[in-house]
Design a protein around this ligand. Sequence first.
Ligand SMILES: [Zn+2]
Length: 65
Amino acid sequence: MRKWERTVFIKTKSKCGVCGEYHAIGLTLGSGFVCNTCEANIVASDVDEDTYQVYLDSIKKIWNF
Ligand SMILES: [Zn+2]
C-alpha cells in the first residue's frame, strides 16, 4: 500500500474516484482522491452492504490493490 502523499484536506478541486465529480475537500489516497461526500457515504454505509461494497471496490481501484 502506498503512503499518503498529500495532506488530507486540499484546496484545489480534484476528481473524485468514486462519484467522478470534482470536489475541493476530500481525501487523497495515493494518486487518487475521494470527496468528503463519498467518504461520508462510505463511513455511513456499513448498514447497507451492497452500497458499502460498491464504495469499497472504488477505493480499491484508487489504491491499486
Ligand atoms: Zn465523490
